[in-house]
Design a protein around this ligand. Structure first.
Ligand SMILES: [Cu+2]
Length: 182
């Protein structure tokens, strides 16, 4: 009986998040690597924490013609980069880092150089465990390196955030010198 009433409360909370439309996945420390004239590709990086099991299924921006979710890894001493097929898994409550040398949002066919200290619009599309899609519109800071600030939340609306901001980020220190191939 008590268990059942708790379930009802949980369901109501989920509904509230759906109404907010963009609060099912928390985005932190988002940034996109600045480019120079003539450079056609770069990467966007961030930490994603889904409230419930979800996937990052696609991303888009007006700044690039092609946007893909990529995974970079060492394969027999060679760095390889492949599109993540079927979406990037975001297990409930787990901070998933997109960072140089690992997962990233690959921006190709750039329309213009991305200048540092500007922002770039980025739309992320998530799919929850029921297959329902939601989109999140971000303005991502353009920088030459990962932001040093531990907590830079690009969300504009914090009203519905029930999760504590201090998740465990110990595994997400940036690799000095790691860079994204052009
Ligand atoms: Cu890539």
């Amino acid at each position: 009986m008590k268990f059942k009433s708790l379930m009802t409360v949980a369901a109501l909370v989920v509904c509230a998040w759906n109404v907010a439309a963009h609060d099912a996945v928390e985005v932190q420390n988002a940034w996109v690597r600045a480019t120079v004239k003539g450079q056609m590709a770069t990467g966007a990086f961030m930490t994603l924490t889904a409230q419930g099991d979800a996937k990052l299924v696609r991303a888009s921006t007006t700044a690039a013609g092609v946007v893909q979710v990529h995974e970079m890894k060492m394969d027999g001493g060679v760095m390889t980069m492949n599109e993540v097929k079927g979406g990037l898994d975001l297990p409930a409550g787990k901070a998933v880092a997109l960072k140089p040398g690992g997962y990233h949002v690959m921006l190709m066919d750039l329309k213009a150089p991305l200048l540092k200290d500007t922002t770039m619009p980025l739309t992320l599309v998530f799919k929850d465990a029921k297959g329902v899609e939601s989109r999140l519109d971000l303005k991502v800071p353009v920088a030459v390196a990962a932001p040093q600030a531990a907590m830079q939340d690009v969300h504009m609306d914090h009203s519905a955030h029930a999760m504590p901001a201090a998740m465990d980020h110990s595994g997400h220190t940036m690799q000095p010198g790691a860079s994204h191939p052009q």
